[in-house]
Design a protein around this ligand. Structure first.
Ligand code: ATP
Ligand code: MG
Length: 306
């Protein structure tokens, strides 16, 4: 067991937000659900939130998990799940936006509502609610592949700036037209909400960004660019999990496996040296997939210990 890894992931008096990002298909959902089940089994009140429009979470736990309310996960005490569907969230968000914009629609409301990024903004808005009302000790996020989640994360940066400008311009206009300036209070509240969310995301002691990768060229490069992209947002990646590593003991003279293991070993060395500042964990390639509670608990033991 890597104590250092368990330590950074564990709640230390305040809620922990644990993110799992990475290239498509590398094992984000596997690691996020494993982590959620492990912490719940340790007795922590835990929530797993998926911002992925697919039904992975429902499939993994064999029960319907929607975006309206959190549902208790069967056979795992202390664990709830929520699957934010960007399309549904967009509707909720637009309603809220329309009411905030209310009398201002003519001036600038349309601009915001028609933004091509409304979906990402909506997902982020829902997600900010979790940062504001943490009623769990551990909140695990299973994010969409890197590019998309980076866009989601970058959104409030633009959004906060955008709101700032709208508030300034709008207030000026309101003064000129003798309109009520109080209607900008809600916008200001939104801006504050987003700024607070960003400071939570940037705080290394409350939020841990994990990137999952395979010991292969493309995932390594994508990991590097995700780290750089997040860094630009003031968010630091703290840990890497290299998945599907072929253990020497499974090769047993099989030439095909031996060749793959040899290629992996070069990439593992590269990962070790190129990302040496991050906490690194490895998960072996298993002889089965990870799609039920028993295998999630098995992976939990490998990653976090008994
Ligand atoms: N160590 C492993 N050994 C064997 N199978 C694995 C391992 N890790 C993950 N898998 C399997 O690989 C597949 C992809 O994993 P997963 O769904 O967690 O990836 P993902 O990064 O969430 O994908 P997506 O980008 O589509 O959301 C799943 O079928 C999972 O069961
Ligand atoms: Mg997934």
């Amino acid at each position: 067991m890597d104590n250092k890894f368990v330590n950074i992931m564990s709640p230390n008096g305040s809620t922990k937000y644990l993110f799992f990002g990475g290239k498509g298909g590398v094992g984000k959902t596997t690691l996020a659900t494993t982590t959620a089940v492990w912490f719940a089994d340790q007795g922590y009140r835990t929530t797993i939130v998926s911002t992925d429009p697919t039904v992975s979470l429902s499939t993994m736990f064999g029960q319907e998990i929607g975006g309206e309310t959190r549902v208790p996960i069967r056979h795992v005490s202390n664990l709830c799940g929520l699957n934010i569907n960007p399309n549904d969230a967009k509707g909720v968000f637009q309603k809220r936006l329309n009411s905030v914009m209310g009398q201002m629609t003519g001036t600038f409301g349309g601009d915001i509502v028609s933004t091509p990024c409304a979906e990402e903004m909506a997902t982020f808005d829902q997600f900010v609610t979790f940062l504001e009302e943490p009623d769990s000790e551990v909140i695990v996020f299973d994010t969409a592949p890197t590019g998309k989640s980076l866009r989601e994360l970058a959104m409030p940066f633009d959004w906060a700036g955008f709101l700032q400008k709208q508030i300034q311009d709008g207030k000026e206009l309101a003064r000129l037209m003798n309109m009520d300036e109080d209607s900008f209070d809600k916008l200001e509240q939104d801006k504050l909400r987003y700024e607070n969310a960003l400071s939570v995301l940037r705080n290394r002691s409350t939020t841990v960004f994990n990137l999952v990768l395979l010991p292969e060229r493309l995932p390594i490069e994508e990991t590097y660019s995700a780290i750089t992209g997040l860094d630009r947002l003031g968010i630091s990646v703290q840990s890497l999990i290299t998945n599907q590593c072929i253990l020497p003991e499974v090769v047993e003279g099989n030439r095909f496996l031996a060749a793959r293991a040899e290629v992996q070993s070069r990439y593992l060395d590269e990962i070790g040296s190129r990302f040496k500042d991050l906490i690194q964990t490895r998960l072996p390639l298993l002889d089965h997939d990870v799609s039920d509670l028993a295998s999630l608990r098995q992976v939990g033991k490998i990653i976090y210990g008994e």
